[in-house]
Design a protein around this ligand. Structure first.
Ligand SMILES: C[S@@+](CC[C@H](N)C(=O)[O-])C[C@H]1O[C@@H](n2cnc3c(N)ncnc32)[C@H](O)[C@@H]1O
Length: 238
């Protein structure tokens, strides 16, 4: 049996667990709070619940960096009780992160008790290789996203790779333009970085770019929205 690289379990300040990368050591979530970040950086700013309450019956999510699946759990939690279905396409190139997450859960019982009802559904989907709600894609997102079926469009994008400094691959103008091209009119993208080159690339791809909310110890992130009429528009100055 192949050995699983040594992801390190890290307990974050809101009590929830995440993992640190075996080589560069960056954590998959903010150490201020993994569950807090999943909800407040990703699921809420992308207005999933708000749109479900406004009548959406199905919302499509592009999830870049499946990791432990905690952001997916936050999306399910926001839609809980609304009657709106989540259809997520989630991308991960490193199978060992899933194994490390399963091991972490077997040792600690859950990544977080608040997340557990939703994360249990995510785990089941990841263990089965995906289901109708959570469609898993293993490999390099730079090749897989452009290869999605040509008509595929998303209402929300969780852009959660490791940092531009550690892993620049998923922050290139080319990849960000490929993501922007997949956003439905009025779709929201959220990410934790405030990197100026990333913001410039999102704006160059035709998205309106604005500050994301303060979350934990981070004063802002970045939100980007596609035009409501499906056209492109210049970013507001930040
Ligand atoms: C910050 S973690 C994501 C955490 C995740 N969103 C969660 O909720 O647990 C970043 C993830 O992106 C994955 N990744 C990095 N480069 C990738 C690539 N080119 N294609 C697909 N996944 C990639 C890493 O293996 C890692 O699991």
């Amino acid at each position: 049996m192949e050995s699983v690289p040594d992801w390190r379990a890290v307990r974050t300040d809101d009590g929830s667990w995440t993992l640190a990368h075996p080589e560069h050591g960056e954590t998959c979530h903010s150490t201020s709070g993994a569950w807090q970040q999943a909800l407040e950086r990703y699921a809420r700013p992308c207005r999933l619940r708000e749109r479900a309450q406004a009548g959406a019956r199905e919302l499509r999510l592009l999830d870049i960096g499946t990791g432990l699946g905690l952001n997916l759990a936050a999306a399910l939690s926001e839609l809980d009780g609304t009657g709106c279905a989540l259809i997520a396409d989630t991308f991960e190139r490193d199978a060992s992160v899933r194994e490390a997450m399963l091991e972490l859960v077997s040792v600690h019982g859950a990544l977080d008790p608040r997340a557990e009802p939703f994360h249990a559904r995510v785990r089941a989907a990841l263990e089965r290789g995906g289901d109708r709600s959570i469609r898993t894609h293993f490999g390099d997102a730079r090749a897989l996203v452009p290869a999605l079926e040509p008509t595929a469009r998303y209402d929300a994008v969780f852009l959660d790779p490791f940092s531009p400094r550690r892993e620049p691959d998923l922050w290139t103008g080319e990849f960000l333009a490929a993501i922007a091209a997949r956003m439905a009119p009025g779709a929201w993208l959220s990410t934790y970085t405030v990197s100026k080159p990333v913001r410039r690339a999102l704006a160059a791809a035709g998205l309106a770019v604005l500050d994301g909310p303060a979350v934990g110890r981070k004063r802002a992130g970045t939100l980007a929205r596609s035009a409501l009429d499906g056209g492109t528009r210049r970013a507001e100055p930040l």
